[in-house]
Structure formats: C-alpha cells, structure tokens
Design a protein around this ligand. Structure first.
Ligand SMILES: Nc1ncnc2c1ncn2[C@@H]1O[C@H](COP(=O)(O)OP(=O)(O)OP(=O)(O)O)[C@@H](O)[C@H]1O
Length: 318
C-alpha cells in the first residue's frame, strides 16, 4: 500500500507537485495518469525516497521508503531514465544487483524467465533495444520479489506484442496481491491495464477513481443524425440537458438524448431519418478534456506545420 499525504514538491518557484493525497491499494493495477509535466515522475521519485518532499509525506506499507530494512524486497522500481550503460551481459548486470542485496542466483534465473530475456541474457545490456531495456528494467524491479511495484512509463518503446506482454504481467503481479503503480500518459492503454486511476494535472489531483467510474462519467456520448428536416427536428429535440450542434448541412450532433429516443421523436412527427448513429467519445478524448487546463506546454493556437511565418501573418498571405 502506498499512501501520499498532502505531498508537495517545489523546485525554486516551480511547483511540480501540489498537496497531492492518494492511496494505492494492493491487489489491483493502479494507473498514474497525467499529461507531460504533470508531476508523475516527481511523485514516484518521492515515493522511492530519491527526492525529498517540500511538504507532506508518502509511505510504502506504513513506512517511508528509506526506513525499510530491505527496501529492494519491499519496493521494486523502474524509473523512466533507466538506460543501462554497461558492457556487462544482462545476466551479470542482474547478478551484480542481486549480490549487493543478498539475493540468490536462482532468483536472477527466475526473473530472466519472467521477463522473457532468456535468449538475450548473455548479450551486452548496453546494446539492448529500448524494448529489451524495458524488460531488463522490470527484471531488476522484480529481483527482490517486492510486495510493491512502482513503474514509470513501462510501455514506452514497446511493440504491440511487448505492450500486451507487460499488460498481462502487471495484471498477474496485482492478482498475486501486490501493489502496482504504473505511470503513463496514454489513457487508452491504462484503460486496458489498470483497475484504478490516479489522475494528475499540473501537480494536482484531478481524479482518484476506478477505471469503470472514470469511463462512465468521462466518456460523453453523442448521436449523429442525418435528415432533410434539421430545423424541425432540432426544435423538437430541444430540452434542458440536450445540446444539438450542426457541423454539416443535413446533419445534427445530439448529446443528452439516446438514439432510441431521437428515433421515436422523429417517427412520431413524421420526420424521415437517413442516419442515426450513436458515437462514443473515446477515453483518450475524455482524458484530454479532463486535463486540458492542466497541460503544461499546450499550443496556444494551431500553428501551420512547415509554413514559415516570415511576415507575422500567422501563415496567411497579407
Ligand atoms: N529537478 C527539477 N528541477 C526543476 N524542475 C523540475 C525538476 N524535476 C521536474 N521539474 C518540473 O516539475 C514538473 C513535473 O515534472 P515531472 O517530470 O514530475 O512530470 P511528469 O508528469 O513525470 O512528466 P512526463 O510525462 O513528461 O515525464 C515539470 O514542470 C518539470 O519541468
């Protein structure tokens, strides 16, 4: 269990994490989500005692990371900057890590099999691809057979097979009763991997909820309607929670009413419909909407790509 209490981190006058409180429970994968610069890595470093909070505190299984007698057995971690610049083989890299903490060679063999690096174990780890490096990072995190795992963007650089593999591995580790905190900026990936979500933006908590709840609340659904009588239908659909917009001639985008209800209203009033299509906002769209104000480096306005704005006219002819 990871418990953050009013965690705050400031670098000079930059607040990276602000008054952040959340609990990560065992037995489920918890996705730690937020746009770039939201404070995810900073929070993870504080969980692992690599950065000291300016205020507040965070515990792992009731104690600060550094207060654990054998931290590697308590918490396994993989942070984003994890390149292994080593001429050693993956096997010897893991063996030397194990040796410093009294972990037996048999456990090294075990983790190599868990992460599927058996064939590459004898190769120089410094020459690994990003995906293999991720597997090696996860192997290191698992060495101490820890009850808690903290992984920063573990799917970065993985191919679809690798992504599926890590998704299943994380679920299995959680099903074994471990606490698993995984950061990502990809909502769609977390929706498939995590059961619980902690969402941050500009260092602040935006949501601490189950994936199911987040999906239900955040995904706004609309219905696309095609008809020759848009004006009449629009008037008939009007209601306090109904929003009707029109982007193209003969088409309406309706939120607040089901397709079935719209079809019934149209039929009752003799309006022929050429199309009635329910549209579900993707989780990615919902997540972006939720964190829109929290994106650190959002473009203020669209900038034409490749169209050099030499005369200050925003790319348009003067
Ligand atoms: N050592 C530091 N000194 C100054 N500012 C920092 C430092 N570390 C992080 N920051 C700032 O704190 C904010 C949060 O950064 P952090 O890396 O924790 O975000 P993140 O959510 O992990 O982002 P990303 O997804 O891009 O890794 C950013 O504005 C970042 O520039």
């Amino acid at each position: 269990m990871i418990e953050a209490h009013a965690l705050t981190k400031r670098y000079g006058d930059k607040t990276a994490v602000a008054d952040l409180s959340f609990t990560v429970r065992p037995g489920a994968v918890t996705g730690f989500l937020g746009p770039n610069g939201a404070g995810k890595s900073t929070t993870m470093r504080m969980i692992l005692g690599l950065d000291a909070p300016t205020a507040g505190h965070v515990t792992v299984n009731g104690k600060h990371y550094a207060a654990h007698r054998a931290p590697l057995h308590e918490v396994g971690a993989m942070l984003e900057a994890r390149s292994v610049h080593t001429g050693r083989s993956a096997f010897h890299h893991l063996l030397s890590l194990a040796a410093t903490t009294g972990i037996p060679r048999s456990r090294v063999e075990e983790v190599i099999d868990i992460v599927g690096l058996r064939e590459a174990a004898g190769r120089r780890a410094g020459g690994f691809s990003l995906g293999m490096g991720q597997r090696l990072g996860i192997a290191s995190a698992l060495l101490g057979d820890p009850a808690t795992l903290v992984l920063d963007e573990p799917v970065n650089g993985l191919d679809p097979e690798g992504i599926l593999w890590i998704r299943n591995l994380l679920k299995r580790l959680a099903a074994e009763g471990r606490t698993v905190l995984v950061s990502s900026h990809l909502m769609s990936e977390m929706a498939l991997t995590a059961e619980h979500l902690v969402v941050v933006g500009r260092g602040r908590l935006i949501a601490d909820t189950s994936v199911e709840e987040f999906t239900r609340k955040a995904a706004r659904n609309s219905v696309h309607v095609h008809t020759g009588e848009t004006d009449r239908l629009r008037a008939l659909l009007a209601g306090p929670d109904v929003v009707v917009t029109s982007q193209e001639r003969g088409a309406l985008e309706v939120t607040g009413l089901s397709g079935e209800r719209i079809g019934r209203i149209a039929a009752d009033n003799g309006i022929a419909l050429a199309e009635l299509t329910p549209r579900r906002a993707s989780l990615e769209e919902a997540f972006m909407e939720l964190t829109r104000d929290a994106v650190e480096y959002a473009a203020a306005r669209p900038v034409p790509v490749g169209a050099a704005d030499r005369n200050g006219t925003g790319g348009r002819a003067a």
